[in-house]
Design a protein around this ligand. Structure first.
Ligand code: SDX
Length: 427
């Protein structure tokens, strides 16, 4: 009997089955042979929210939730955050290796070449209300890019896929900055390709009547935050990109699905929700009552908890360090005191310890973004800018994976049995 296998006895029939084990998994389709009768569909797995299901094999990001480890293509996140640029990390995620100096220079120039958007995009943005949520604007405009680049639907052509991936990586900051400018009623500032990726984004966002006076410490802090958000294996938004991309739609449409998923308060929207929570608490003296309410099921401690990390999210540790650099420049965000006290109390509380709830990437990031001058509703847009190379790398890996086909899960039907139509006069 091969070692790497399970022997399953179906007590309903007394039959036994050998099911191979590979890479710590059994193939769900290997269970279909387990039947009670010949016309039986066969055994399925039931796994709502995919709590224990590997949907793919991936070489992009490795997470060890118990040991708080995060690596992009094998490189520890701590080293990348300290020593790499965002475009270097984007190249690493999307190509698979750190670029040489010449590869990075070529990559940087290629991205710069694609930072402009069709001027009709500004008309899209002008169509939104002044108070439209920027994630709604980003979602709408990125999806609309598929109509400006109809060639993007030729996803079977590797060179075309590479062009579209670069287009989206390059244009995302431009669209994000334009969304900010629209919300402020400010004229759009088009890309200035004499600036690097981060400086260009900051300039398009904040410049008033001339080039924005850069604060190099804040720009590097923003770059580190984008690096920390660049990928995170099969999170909700990446799974959305993969599932939608599996229908072979263009990458703009697939990534707009990821933006929609990230918009949710349980995912990328949590950094915005943390600030709302801190505003609701208002003062350190109100923390015990707030914690009591959370423990009573009255809501969640936003920015805490994670499906994978059952120890401190390594990104949260690094973000706390970035916070020190930022607040040294901007002055302490008064809400930081509440956040630190909230973390201290929660980490000592059995309710959170028992459920292995620790600060995640969203707990401190919003405080930093606010200190940098971004409005709360814009925080998740910054998360999306960081996650863009990850979504694009995962999309490409999915298309190249011979195991993959169009995503189409099964179900357990719980509805009515067959019944005859009832004419309306008899209902
Ligand atoms: C991100 O997947 C990724 O990688 C995501 C991300 C990425 O980089 O892509 O890391 C980014 O989305 C980080 C998460 C941001 N979201 C939040 O901070 C929102 C608050 N956190 C949660 O809602 C929650 O922790 C999740 C959504 C992050 C994880 O939820 P799970 O794994 O489905 O856990 P669960 O909802 O099943 O909760 C398990 C228990 C429950 O209690 P019991 O029913 O067992 O009594 O823990 C409780 C939950 O009520 N719980 C919380 C809590 N999170 C879970 N209780 C209070 N506050 C919380 N934050």
């Amino acid at each position: 009997m091969p070692q790497d296998s399970l022997t399953i006895t179906d007590n309903r029939t007394g039959r036994t089955y050998e099911v191979p084990v590979a890479e710590g998994t059994v193939r769900a389709t290997d269970l279909r042979q387990i039947k009670v009768a010949d016309d039986d569909f066969g055994l399925m797995t039931y796994d709502p929210a995919f709590m224990n299901t590997a949907a793919c094999r991936s070489a992009i990001t490795y997470i060890d939730g118990d040991r708080g480890i995060l690596r992009y293509r094998g490189y520890p996140i701590e080293q990348l955050a300290e020593r790499a640029s965002f475009l270097e990390v984007a190249y690493l995620l999307m190509v698979g290796e750190l670029p040489t100096r010449q590869q990075l220079d070529t990559w940087t120039d290629t991205v710069k070449y694609h930072t402009y958007v069709h001027t009709n995009i500004t008309k899209f943005l002008e169509g939104f209300r002044y108070d439209a949520h920027p994630m709604g604007m980003l979602l709408g405009v990125v999806g609309a890019l598929s109509t400006f680049y109809p060639d993007a639907k030729h996803i079977d052509d590797p060179a075309n896929r590479e062009l579209q991936r670069v287009r989206l990586l390059a244009k995302a900051p431009t669209i994000a900055a334009f969304a900010f400018r629209h919300s402020r009623g400010l004229p759009f500032v088009f890309p200035d390709n004499d600036l690097d990726y981060i400086a260009n984004f900051v300039n398009m966002t904040f410049s008033i009547g001339g080039r924005h006076k850069p604060n190099k410490v804040l720009q590097r802090a923003l770059e580190i935050l984008l690096i920390l958000h660049a990928d995170h294996e099969q999170n909700c938004s990446t799974s959305a990109v993969r599932a939608v991309g599996s229908s072979h739609v263009d990458p703009f449409s697939a990534v707009s699905a990821g933006i929609a998923a990230l918009y949710g308060p349980l995912h990328g929207g949590a950094n915005e929700a943390v600030l709302a929570m801190l505003d609701e608490i208002g003062d350190k003296k109100n923390i015990p009552a707030f914690i009591k309410e959370v423990k009573g099921g009255g809501g969640r401690l936003m920015g805490f908890g994670h499906r994978v990390y059952k120890s401190y999210d390594p990104r949260a540790k690094l973000i706390k360090k970035v916070a020190d650099d930022v607040f040294a420049q901007t002055g302490l965000n008064p809400k930081l005191e509440i956040a630190l006290e909230l973390e201290r109390i929660a980490l000592e509380d059995e309710y959170f310890a028992k459920r292995k709830l620790y600060p995640n990437v969203d707990f401190y990031s919003g405080l930093i973004y606010q200190a940098m001058g971004y409005p709360t509703e814009y925080f998740t847009v910054l998360f999306a800018l960081g996650r863009m190379p990850g979504w694009l790398a995962q999309w490409e890996e999915m298309l190249l994976d011979k195991d993959q086909k169009i995503a189409r899960p099964r179900q357990i039907y719980t509805g009515k049995d067959e019944r005859p139509f009832v004419p309306i006069e008899k209902r």
